[in-house]
Structures are given as structure tokens and as C-alpha cells.
Write a protein that binds this ligand. Structure first.
Ligand SMILES: C[S@@+](CC[C@H](N)C(=O)[O-])C[C@H]1O[C@@H](n2cnc3c(N)ncnc32)[C@H](O)[C@@H]1O
Length: 171
């Protein structure tokens, strides 16, 4: 089989893959692990804290939270391909008792049990979450947003994480 036929045969799969990856507003660009560690430290994540990653991508923040910070972690991700991949990685790391990945939309899940919220989303989504945070989060919940501040909220601290800042808020 020459290359043209090979690519032609694969094209429905490649199209599906492309569609799955680009249809979201917040592109599935993962944060560097070093940035995630800084964000978790910024939020002062402690053993048994429940950490949510909103738009958990390949699950790397959940893995680091569970493995290195001994936290429990829940990811919410609407891209089915990434949900499948991240669940596979969690299984390989034997962390299924500490990590849960929900396949769905951030806005459909109640966040009331969170101790810490991590997010690396678009500017627009970050602002749209304000109302949900006010309604659902308990007093004392820490939120760390990478790259985008929550407009109108005063951050407790901001730190440089690579090319951008990460912002810490407390409810
Ligand atoms: C920039 S990536 C960040 C991935 C991961 N948190 C990390 O830091 O490596 C944003 C992720 O949010 C997901 N996403 C965007 N909007 C979402 C929504 N409304 N509900 C659930 N996931 C969403 C995207 O599919 C993408 O995987």
C-alpha cells in the first residue's frame, strides 16, 4: 500500500481526532508539570485535600496532586478522547482509589466538596465560572487559575509560572 492510500484510509480517524481536539474553546494544551507543582504549592495542598482540575486534559495535574501531595483528585473533562487517555494513565499509575475523572461539562458538576480548584481555561470560561464559584464553593476553598485572573476578584497572591502568572483566590 503506498502512502496516499494509507493516509486516505486513515483520514476519517484523523478528522475525528482533529475535531475532538479543536472543538473546545480552551484548547487541550497541557501545563508543564513544573507549573502544576507550583500551582499546587501556591494553593497549599495538603494530604487528603480534595483537588478539582476543571478541564483536566490528560490528567497530569490529578496525578501530581495524588502522587506528590497525597491529595484526592477529581478531574472534569468534556473531551472524550482525553477522558479515555487520562483514565488509562490513572489506571497505569494504580491511582484509581485517589483519582476520579468525570466525562462531562464543568458547568454540570457541583463543586461543593472541593478544597482546591485548579484551572487553565480560556479567559471567557474563567469569568463565566465566577457565579458558579460564588454559589457552590465552601468558605476557605482555594482557587488557582493559570494565565487568566478572575476579573473583579482580588487575588491573595500571584506567582510567575513560566510565560504567565498563576493567581490564587480564597472564597
Ligand atoms: C488548556 S487545557 C488544560 C488541561 C489541564 N488542566 C492541564 O493543565 O494540563 C483545557 C482543558 O479544558 C477542557 N475543557 C474546556 N471547556 C470545558 C468544559 N466546559 N467542561 C469540561 N472540560 C472543558 C478542554 O477539553 C481541555 O482539555
Amino acid at each position: 500500500m503506498d502512502w496516499h492510500w494509507f493516509l486516505l484510509t486513515l483520514s476519517p480517524f484523523l478528522f475525528w481526532l482533529w475535531f475532538e481536539l479543536i472543538r473546545d474553546e480552551a484548547l487541550p494544551i497541557p501545563l508543564p508539570r513544573v507549573t502544576i507543582r507550583k500551582m499546587l504549592k501556591l494553593a497549599n495542598v495538603k494530604k487528603n485535600d480534595l483537588v478539582y482540575d476543571l478541564g483536566s486534559g490528560d490528567g497530569r495535574a490529578l496525578i501530581i496532586a495524588a502522587k506528590e501531595f497525597h491529595a484526592k483528585a477529581i478531574g472534569i473533562e468534556k473531551n472524550r478522547l482525553l477522558v479515555w487517555l487520562s483514565r488509562l494513565i490513572v489506571k497505569k499509575n494504580n491511582l484509581h482509589d485517589k483519582i476520579k475523572i468525570i466525562c462531562g461539562d464543568i458547568f454540570d458538576e457541583n463543586l461543593k466538596n472541593a478544597d482546591v480548584i485548579l484551572m487553565y481555561l480560556s479567559h471567557k470560561l474563567t469569568q463565566e465560572l465566577k457565579h458558579k464559584f460564588k454559589k457552590e464553593l465552601r468558605k476557605g476553598t482555594r482557587i488557582v487559575s493559570a494565565s487568566h485572573p478572575i476579573v473583579g476578584w482580588k487575588e491573595i497572591k500571584k506567582i510567575r509560572t513560566g510565560h504567565f502568572y498563576s493567581y490564587l483566590y480564597k472564597i
